[in-house]
Write a protein that binds this ligand. Structure first.
Ligand SMILES: Cc1ncc(COP(=O)(O)O)c(C=O)c1O
Length: 392
């Protein structure tokens, strides 16, 4: 029996929602929207927030003043306790640095800790704003491309990784685990090996593990934070992702190197926290565990459904169930369309908006990324529409 309603469709019209705005979709993806379009792209969820969070936000509004707000002890402790309980990570409150979102924080970190022209290692195909921040700050993208086998299972090219870490021009490694968009969780031994290489060559690690609470029932996640023995680790944690609060922009970096913290704060100045972010974080981390448990069960169920559905109805598509995140990568290359044709066909004929693989780099053109964090009947409707257009 569910405590929460995972079938509820929340109308986002009139909320300036990026995901469901036809103009944004046209500008960014060059795709058309229709009255009945289903938007399964940007990585926020279509589930209502936990009522435990909604309650404190309502109460906060009733207080009527939204003045300058600091990170209270309760705020820090809620993060510390969550990460200890769920991931066995010991965090000191002094090590927490707040940021208005993860991407903004990564950009600031790059600027604070490196110089123009320095190399930043990423593992493409990967969440494309990593590359955008590197390019946007005039640093150099150094791609340790993931290896892919015939079944679309990805692995790390360690020889290339070490070669790139050894290069003195390269200063930061951005780890993405669980990995967006390939959906895999790197094994403990893989993460340990990457961390040892970074320690050896004095590479700063930004461990973007913000999907770490969204993992499948049989998957195991071990944080790089616990496998790293150097002194240049920056761990990104985000209530944003776990509790579907992307618009509140709540990221906390954990950095136990004081010199690194000082450099970042010198660059950004002190940042006040948004009062809603404070309340939502405390409520989510202290009272949201049951909601996250159910959310993961719903995602398990959605992905099980998807796997069966695709096998039966889209026989030429290939889909590996992700171990983490709520994002599914589906290989449509055997349908023989260019990626642009594929996305337009799905948008114009099925009225479903998806993202293409090309933007994530490293030859996953012809794949689509589908955000499955929506009520199951919505996912079913979207997949049925897509299957129908490929039957014709
Ligand atoms: C790996 C990864 N990092 C960062 C972000 C964005 O985080 P934020 O909204 O906190 O900037 C996302 C969003 O999907 C993501 O998948």
């Amino acid at each position: 029996m569910s405590k929460y309603d995972w079938n509820k469709e929340v109308d986002r019209i009139g909320t300036s929602s990026f995901k469901t705005d036809s103009k944004k979709v046209k500008d960014i993806l060059k795709l058309n929207s229709y009255d009945d379009t289903i938007y399964l792209w940007v990585a926020d969820m279509d589930f209502a927030c936990a009522p435990e969070i909604l309650k404190v936000l309502h109460d906060r509004v009733d207080n009527e003043i939204f003045g300058y707000t600091y990170k209270s002890d309760e705020y820090n402790e809620s993060i510390i306790n969550w990460y200890k309980r769920r991931h066995d990570i010991d965090i000191d409150a002094n090590d927490l640095i707040y940021s208005n979102g993860t991407v903004a924080g990564i950009r600031n970190i790059i600027r604070a800790l490196t110089d123009e022209g320095d190399g930043i290692i990423i593992q493409e195909p990967v969440y494309y704003p990593f590359a955008t921040q590197i390019k946007g700050t005039n640093r150099k993208i150094v791609s340790n491309k993931l290896l892919c086998d015939f079944e679309n299972n990805y692995s790390i090219d360690f020889i290339d990784f070490e070669k790139k870490a050894r290069d003195r021009h390269n200063k930061i490694f951005m780890l993405c685990n669980p990995h967006n968009p390939v959906g895999q969780i790197w094994s403990e031994s893989d993460v340990k090996r990457m961390m040892e290489i970074c320690e050896t060559y004095d590479i700063i690690v930004i461990a973007d593990e913000i999907h770490c609470d969204l993992i499948r029932k049989d998957a195991k996640f071990v944080s790089a934070y616990n496998l790293y023995n150097g002194d240049k680790m920056i761990l990104a944690t985000a209530a944003n992702k776990t509790f579907n609060l992307a618009g509140l922009q709540i990221t906390n970096f954990v950095i136990n190197n004081m010199e690194i913290r000082k450099k970042i704060v010198k660059y950004t100045g002190d940042i006040f926290v948004n009062p809603f972010a404070v309340e939502a974080t405390i409520a989510g981390y202290n009272e949201g565990e049951e909601w996250v448990k159910e959310l993961n069960e719903v995602l398990d169920d959605n992905f099980d459904f998807m796997e069966e559905f695709i096998k039966e109805n889209l026989p030429k598509a290939r889909f590996n169930k992700p171990e983490g995140t709520y994002l599914a990568l589906i290989d449509f290359r055997d349908y023989g369309l260019s990626e642009a044709e594929l996305l337009c066909k799905i948008a114009d004929e099925a009225h479903v908006i998806l993202e293409g693989g090309a933007m994530f780099g490293n030859s996953i053109e012809g794949f689509v990324r589908l955000n499955a964090a929506c009520p199951k009947h919505v996912l079913e409707e979207a997949l049925t529409r897509i299957a129908d257009i490929f039957k014709q």
